[in-house]
Design a protein around this ligand. Structure first.
Ligand code: HEM
Length: 334
């Protein structure tokens, strides 16, 4: 009898324990669940407003797409994830992420695009759409305009309320890092080496400032191991000759098809036509080289891995439910 009672008591305890955790787990799942039609009822014009604003901005300033893609990476790769914290301005009491050295080269056009979209959305559906959902969707739409692959952007992100410049250090890749350090930045955030190489294929579009490559092209450039094609490095030296006087001087990341999202970036690397030291590193490092070779041969496969990796990036550490907020202005917390 006693044994039965103990059993039934413990099974009751077990049951309530199970139910309790089940509720918590379900809450977490439902709270953290992003959906494709999140704004269907609350802001039916969401997709259309983004699409229109993105199209007119990209036609007006064709550098916007690459700029926004890099802005998105620099937001999502930090431990606070895709929370639009990179858009917040510094205050007299706080230096924000966007004022960290690595973010100073993020072009104004990408910030301007988000302001334009947010302004249009606030007029149609006030206090409804997060800046982080705007950034994720605009990035995908711009990639498609350049010829890149489609992927679904899940929605329902909430915006972060903090942005601290010093928290950026160590979480974003720099061309001066070793390939091992760069790979580890991505694997720490849950990406495989193949996904990291695919994402780096983003350098098929956009620019790099001459200051990012000056030490590589003016020192050791033609020495063995630099990775640069000798004629290419002469071209880069000419293009960047005046960079000290004119710090805005930049070069295309993909000299063959600079404005098209394709796999030519990977075809450039074996020929020594990569621009950044880290681009050459992808081909010289044995852990990344096989992926470069595969993507160079097969654009469909590159697009497939790139699209799923972008979707993964867009879901990193997103805040949902009651966490974070829907910012009224993307550059300020409410
Ligand atoms: C693998 C490590 C990476 C390193 C070391 C790196 C570094 C850089 C640097 C130094 C620039 C030049 C910025 C400037 O001078 O304005 C740049 C540009 C760019 N990066 Fe990366 N990057 C890496 C990976 C990625 C990834 C994974 C993405 C996106 C998924 C990305 C997207 C871009 C884009 C689109 C540009 C052009 C920006 C523009 O035209 O304004 N990069 N990157």
């Amino acid at each position: 009898m006693a044994a039965t009672k103990t059993t039934s008591t413990s099974s009751k305890t077990l049951l309530s324990f199970f139910l309790f955790f089940n509720i918590i787990i379900n809450l977490n799942i439902s709270e953290s669940k992003l959906t494709l039609d999140y704004y269907k009822q609350t802001c039916p014009q969401f997709q259309q407003i983004i699409q229109q604003t993105v199209t007119s901005k990209q036609i007006q300033s064709p550098t916007t797409a690459a700029a926004t893609l890099r802005l998105f990476l620099h937001d999502c790769l930090l431990p606070n994830g895709c929370d639009a914290s990179v858009l917040l301005s510094s205050t007299p009491f706080n230096k924000a992420e966007r004022d960290n050295d690595i973010n100073l080269s993020l072009p104004g056009d990408s910030f301007d695009l988000i302001v334009r979209i947010k302004t249009a959305l606030e007029l149609s559906c006030p206090n409804t759409v997060s800046c982080s959902d705007i950034l994720a969707t605009a990035t995908r739409d711009l990639l498609i305009m350049l010829g890149g692959p489609h992927y679904n952007v899940y929605l329902g992100r909430r915006d972060g309320r903090a942005s601290v410049s010093s928290f950026v250090d160590g979480f974003l890749p720099k061309p001066s890092m070793t390939m091992t350090q760069i790979v580890s930045i991505f694997t720490k955030r849950g990406f495989t080496v193949e996904e990291m190489v695919a994402l780096s294929g983003a350098h098929t579009v956009g620019f790099s400032h001459c200051s990012e490559i000056s030490s590589d092209i003016y020192n050791n450039s033609s020495g063995s191991g630099s990775g640069y094609n000798p004629r290419f490095v002469e071209g880069l030296k000419k293009a960047c000759g005046d960079y000290k006087k004119n710090p805005t001087l930049s070069v295309f990341n993909d000299i063959m098809t600079p404005n098209k999202f394709d796999n030519v970036y990977f075809q450039n690397l074996p020929k020594g036509l990569g621009v950044l030291k880290s681009d050459h590193g992808l081909f010289s490092d044995p852990s990344t080289k096989p992926f470069v070779e595969r993507f160079a041969k097969d654009q469909d496969y590159f697009f497939k891995v790139f699209a799923s990796s972008m979707q993964k990036l867009s879901l990193l550490n997103v805040q949902t439910g009651r966490k974070g907020e829907i910012r009224r202005r993307c550059d300020q917390i409410n």
